[in-house]
Design a protein. Structure first.
Length: 679
């Protein structure tokens, strides 16, 4: 397959490559500084960068005090701006540089936006710090003091105003705005209104000297502004070479998107740096689209903005995305974050069940325990809920219900788990009842024929749930559901009186890939030492519904062999439901994430068997099946879900929550989009 196909270009899928530049600084030397800029812009062009952001006053240096008022310096600044504008024409990069700019009889601290060989616009700083070490009002006028909205640079008249919106005419979503250093620290940053006016990438040219703790403060502000403004935030601060007469500089550069850090620079470096990341402007747009509060705020607080159009580079360079990309979006890579997520997820499940028990006054639970992942997690949640409510675990009535394909291993695991947890365990063989039902309906299996069709499977699944409900009636108990979020997405459940139904389902908001880690997390608790061995055995067992006997070759019925790897399905589910991502882009992201299993990005404690690769053909095939199951054949099951707590962001498929869709829909538009754009 040719890698030159447009599918393999990040730009095809609404990514904009941005760079935060940290050049070596030459004090009051625009010529030398321009040379540093030229070199970095050239490097950026070679790396396929679309937009590069330099620090505040990068053409002159920031800490030069009264030298800013020297005519010779200011004249040279204009000459170097023209020089760098030509560099952008040669490289196809949009560059945002920092410079002092005269307009009338006032001097302004500005961001100068260059592209296609010209100055696209100039953005003056709005808020000038004049406290502690800062004395900017000695030299500069604030943007509000300007007398007109244009400025003449090298004989050309260009826009000159805060809040300019720069919008690519040929790259939908490539829309950016600029603010400068102190603007960022204001209670109402100019970038907030710029975002409301449509900017998806917010740029900050900063000098920002360093003191203890300030780097973390900047990072928090970048993350929070990108989250609150639903945007990307590119921040670049001055580094080595700035005057240390009274200040220090660390050259911090960061790129954030929707609250997540995509890239950061080495601090206190003594060489020029580029901090590069691919920003997903399409994802930002989709997130804004589904967030009514953002639109309401834009209508209420937004102001008319000047739009500056520009032509973005048309390169279709292929290659790996430069950004963190989680193979397991429901499972963080960072061990500390994973621990926190498991703590929260488990306790959300526990408190949901506790509230249902106290609201109904129920003192007992009935649960089916198969020896698989989902029923194990549900039983762990039940035990913790009973402990916190000071109820005896003996009132958790757990049943293992062997059928025609139940293996000795899973049944042994079920019994070992029930025993280790101290619940009341029982065994109820469903085969006699299943044989009677198959006989009553005239199924060939009752006559000795090895027909293992969907009826054969669902007779078993339905009887198990039917027994559980009747046992709940008999014991004045609630039936605890075990089906997880991934199974709900795929419709991998027997509808009605089957594993689809329960009185309360604690796993309905938890993806299969996260359940594995939740069980590991619980197994490492001190009070679970007695169950740790069986929990590991359950984690090591292949996922199977165990409804069809093993074949002549000894192979058992494989869930993932039918519906696809849960790792891929959870990846598809996250991107389709959280952002409404088009299938072709989901395929692109999955290929980027899964085509090389050796490239890292694995969550802590990921087993070796999960470290696999998937080529594009495999990804496309499983994605087609996911789209059919999710959009066309399974919604009617989700429309009648039992109650259960939402656990992961954007992950609820409850018809009363995040996902509301018609039960009689179809998958045509998604399949057509996939086939039209994925080779």
């Amino acid at each position: 397959m040719s890698k030159t196909h447009p599918f393999h270009s990040a730009r095809t899928h609404s990514f904009v490559r941005v760079a935060a530049a940290t050049p070596l600084v030459h004090i009051a030397d625009p010529v030398a500084n321009a040379a540093e800029h030229e070199a970095l812009i050239g490097q950026a062009g070679e790396q396929g960068v679309d937009l590069i952001v330099f620090p505040e006053l990068s053409l002159t240096a920031y800490a030069i005090d009264d030298l800013l008022m020297q005519d010779a310096l200011l004249v040279e600044v204009e000459r170097q701006i023209a020089r760098l504008a030509q560099v952008t024409a040669e490289t196809g990069v949009i560059a945002v540089i920092g410079a002092p700019i005269r307009n009338g009889d006032a001097l302004f601290n500005c961001a100068v936006v260059l592209g296609g060989g010209e100055v696209l616009g100039v953005v003056p700083k709005t808020f000038l710090p004049n406290y502690r070490e800062y004395y900017e009002k000695r030299w500069f006028a604030p943007s509000g003091a300007r007398s007109e909205d244009t400025v003449v640079l090298n004989g050309e008249t260009v826009d000159f105003a805060p809040g300019l919106i720069f919008e690519a005419t040929n790259r939908p979503g490539f829309v950016f705005a600029v603010e400068i250093c102190e603007d960022f620290w204001a209670p109402l940053p100019p970038s907030t209104r710029a975002a409301l006016a449509g900017a998806r990438i917010l740029c900050n040219l900063s000098a920002s000297n360093i003191v203890i703790g300030k780097a973390e403060e900047r990072a928090v502000l970048c993350a929070s502004q990108s989250m609150r403004a639903m945007a990307a935030y590119v921040f670049s601060a001055s580094g080595w070479g700035e005057s240390t007469t009274d200040l220090g500089w660390d050259g911090q550069a960061t790129i954030h998107e929707l609250g997540a850090r995509l890239a950061e620079s080495e601090r206190f470096a003594m060489t020029s740096q580029l901090t590069v990341a691919d920003v997903d402007v399409g994802r930002i747009g989709l997130d804004r689209l589904r967030n009514g509060t953002f639109a309401d705020c834009a209508r209420q607080e937004g102001e008319a903005a000047t739009i500056v159009p520009f032509d973005a580079g048309e390169s279709t360079a292929t290659g790996d995305l430069i950004r963190p990309l989680d193979r397991f979006p429901f499972v963080p890579d960072d061990p500390a974050r994973l621990d926190q997520d498991c703590f929260e997820a488990f306790n959300i499940q526990v408190q949901g069940l506790m509230r249902r028990l106290t609201a109904t006054g129920t003192k007992r639970l009935v649960i089916g325990v198969s020896g698989g992942l989902d029923s194990t997690q549900a039983l762990l949640v039940a035990c913790r809920a009973f402990d916190r409510l000071d109820l005896p675990r003996s009132d958790i009535l757990a049943y293992t219900m062997p059928g025609f394909a139940t293996s000795d291993g899973t049944k042994a695991n079920a019994w070992a788990l029930m025993t280790a947890l101290g619940v009341t365990g029982s065994e109820l063989d469903i085969r006699p009842a299943a044989e009677q039902m198959l006989k009553d309906i005239g199924h060939p299996f009752a006559d000795g024929e090895p027909v293992h069709d969907i009826t054969f499977e669902n007779v078993q699944a339905g009887l198990r749930t039917d027994y559980l409900f009747r046992l709940a009636n008999q014991n004045r108990a609630l039936v605890l559901g075990t089906g997880d979020l991934s199974e709900l997405a795929l419709g991998w459940a027997t509808y009605g009186v089957g594993d689809h139904m329960s009185h309360y389902n604690v796993n309905g908001g938890v993806a299969k890939t996260l359940i594995r880690h939740l069980i590991r997390w619980v197994a490492h608790r001190e009070d679970m030492a007695g169950a740790a061995g069986v929990l590991q055995a359950i984690l090591d067992t292949e996922i199977s519904p165990e409804l069809v006997p093993a074949g002549a070759d000894g192979k058992i019925q494989s869930t993932e062999g039918t519906v696809g790897p849960y790792a891929l399905n959870d990846f598809f589910l996250f991107h389709v439901t959280r952002f409404g991502t088009a299938p072709s882009k989901v395929a692109f992201l999955a290929h980027q994430a899964w085509s090389d299993a050796s490239s890292g990005h694995w969550p802590a404690n990921t087993p070796d068997e999960e470290r696999v690769e998937y080529d594009l053909a495999t990804i496309k095939a499983w994605l087609r099946k996911f789209l059919v199951r999710f959009f066309a054949t399974s919604q009617f099951k989700r429309s009648a879900l039992p109650n259960g707590p939402k656990v992961v962001t954007g992950g609820s498929l409850s018809p009363r929550g995040d996902w509301r869709a018609p039960s009689d829909g179809n998958a045509r538009v998604w399949l057509d989009e996939l086939d039209a754009h994925v080779p």
